[in-house]
Design a protein around this ligand. Structure first.
Ligand SMILES: O=C([O-])CC(=O)C(=O)O
Ligand SMILES: [Mg+2]
Length: 578
């Protein structure tokens, strides 16, 4: 991709220069038709008549010239004809592989419509089917057999100036479990949002899947499976390869290359975050990004319920990455409000697969991360009983157990409080702890509801409730953009509280009146940009930014780093302002 681009660019320039100096034309080294197979520069029918002459594309394209806006219309018409969302996903991925600029124009102009296709929930289905629908490769596939060669293999990626990586090992893809190498759909989807939502130039980003095998026997037996047909590797082999990967990234792309961890299993996610956070530019989206969006929703909900943060009782169904990440960030938020950490922890209760997390639980299973929140309390296992007993004001689902917020649980929440807060955060939609309509119907329309995957608005007694989408997509694009723009090397936990507050501050009165605790999705570009502004201020104030001198006008600084369609070829081909 990149190398042939460069050749093409140089030759075009020299052709133009020759034209200026004496009118001779020089033969292009790159065959004109190759242009059409380079998604970074290809514009399809939007190539003008003059460009067609210059680039020797006459006859290769049909005579019509289409403007970009008309191309967008054609894409939308094509999409609307597909009945299945997976077909829409495949069509959009093909567009991304053919004409990247058009893909992002469509994504940016139709974000609300297309996010459920390119991202959750459809991306979950796409990952399940990834091997069968696999077409053109995107991203780097590393395997456990690549030990000692990771640095070399990263060099096979055609772009040299990578500034952000999203990496998965495929062990816990959304709430779907171990999907092995099929998990690549997640880094690809997340990075599409880096550009579509925050304007991060796509050539700076690299999706990576590290294939350690899979414990999903169905995949191992699937003749189409694209990954290694072996059980997952654990222990030193796993750890050594992860270490080698982290180091190879720094060697290739420098200390400020961001590495976003996505959809690792719990047992690896926490320990890898702790291990790498001090020395690499990294964060875990499922722990920290989800925590940030959940805390933002909770902060916004206070404007509806009228409670202070520390007046709430929080109950988490689930004690994995999202739940513990959110619980820890809530403690930090309460501490910043002047509450002692011991007091703050008392407000937070968790339930794991063995029941309520209480001290000396006979069934055990309380890891060090959960132990912080273990209570001196009776050993309860039924969610309904627990809700009756501890009367949470905020109930958060992060356990990927479809429907676990039953009618009785929801009614109990409504009996306990006038405006209970209920978040069903698990993804994709069919892993949600309850649907939006269940939540509103069983609480007589009184609850404040949000979910990880989108739900349609629900009308009860002539009042329409708009469920918020409490998805980390509100957080990670803005966070990544600010980190990249400021050349940050270390991502502190506080980044996610600054972001949560910046997000909550953007929920306006009219949104709250509709029951929303997040700004509408159609505003998500502005939201991401505003988060990036707040973080840029934070990074300079706290001395985390390495890019000097400090820009006086931070808005102009960030704008200058964003992707735009009309950028010259030299920038498309890698000479960007980073
Ligand atoms: O991808 C999403 O929609 C949110 C997320 O990180 C997850 O569920 O793992
Ligand atoms: Mg994730």
């Amino acid at each position: 991709m990149g190398q042939s681009n460069e050749k093409f660019y140089c030759e075009c320039r020299s052709k133009k220069d020759k034209n200026k100096n004496g009118g001779q034309t020089k033969k292009l080294l790159m065959k004109s038709s190759e242009y059409l197979y380079n998604p970074r520069v290809c514009k399809g029918l939007a190539v003008s008549t003059r460009e067609r002459e210059e680039m020797e594309l006459r006859g290769i394209l049909p005579p019509a010239v289409r403007c970009r806006n008309l191309q967008v219309k054609a894409v939308i018409q094509n999409l609307d004809r597909f009945e299945e969302n997976l077909s829409k996903y495949i069509y959009l991925r093909n567009l991304q592989d053919f004409d990247e600029e058009l893909f992002y124009k469509v994504m940016m102009e139709h974000t609300e419509k297309l996010m459920p296709i390119v991202y959750t929930p459809t991306v979950g289905l796409a990952c399940i089917k990834y091997s069968t629908i696999f077409h053109r490769p995107r991203g780097i596939f590393l395997t456990v057999h690549d030990g000692g060669r990771i640095h070399h293999i990263l060099g096979n990626w055609p772009e040299r100036n990578v500034k952000a990586i999203v990496v998965t090992d495929g062990e816990r893809i959304l709430g779907l479990g171990d999907l092995g190498a099929n998990g690549m759909g997640i880094p690809v989807g997340k990075l599409a949002l880096y550009t579509a939502l925050a304007g991060i130039p796509p050539e700076l980003t690299l999706p990576v899947t590290i294939d350690f095998g899979t414990n999903n026997q169905k995949l191992i037996e699937d003749p189409f499976y694209i990954g290694l047909r072996q059980k997952r590797v654990k222990g030193p082999e796993y750890n050594d390869l992860m270490d080698e990967f982290m180091e190879a990234v720094v060697q290739r792309y420098g200390r400020s290359c961001l590495i976003q961890f996505e959809d690792f299993g719990n047992h690896n996610a926490f320990r890898l975050l702790e291990k790498y956070k001090p020395n690499y530019c990294t964060f875990n989206d499922d722990i920290q990004g989800t925590a940030s969006v959940a805390v933002a929703g909770i902060l916004a909900s206070l404007k509806i319920t009228g409670l202070k943060l520390a007046q709430n009782i929080f109950l988490f169904q689930g004690a994995g990455e999202a739940a513990l990440g959110t619980a820890n960030l809530l403690v930090m938020a309460m501490e910043q409000d002047g509450v002692q950490s011991e007091e703050a922890m008392k407000k937070i209760w968790l339930i794991d697969s063995k029941g309520l997390i209480v001290k000396n639980r006979p069934t055990g299973g309380i890891t060090e991360h959960k132990a912080r929140f273990a209570k001196d309390y009776q050993n309860l296992t039924s969610l309904e009983e627990i809700v009756k007993s501890i009367k949470p004001t905020v109930l958060i689902g992060a356990s990927a157990q479809r429907g676990v917020f039953t009618e009785n649980v929801l009614q109990t929440m409504a009996n306990n409080h006038k405006q209970p807060v209920i978040f069903a955060l698990s993804n994709p939609t069919d892993k949600a702890e309850c649907t939006a309509s269940d939540a509103y119907i069983h609480t007589e329309g009184r609850c404040v509801f949000a979910s990880g995957s989108p739900f349609e608005p629900v009308t009860i007694n002539e009042k329409t409730h708009y469920p918020g989408q409490g998805n980390n997509a509100y957080i990670f694009p803005g966070v990544a953009f600010a980190i990249m723009a400021c050349g940050v090397h270390y991502v502190s936990d506080e980044v996610f509280l600054v972001s949560a507050k910046a997000l909550a501050d953007q929920v306006r009165k009219e949104h709250l009146a509709e029951g929303r605790v997040y700004p509408p999705l159609k505003k998500i570009h502005d939201v991401s940009f505003n988060i990036a502004i707040k973080l840029t201020q934070y990074f300079y104030a706290e001395d985390f930014a390495t890019r000097r001198p400090e820009p006086h006008d931070k808005i102009a600084f960030l704008r200058s780093k964003q992707y735009n369609y009309a950028r010259p070829l030299s920038i498309k081909l890698g000479r960007h302002p980073y």
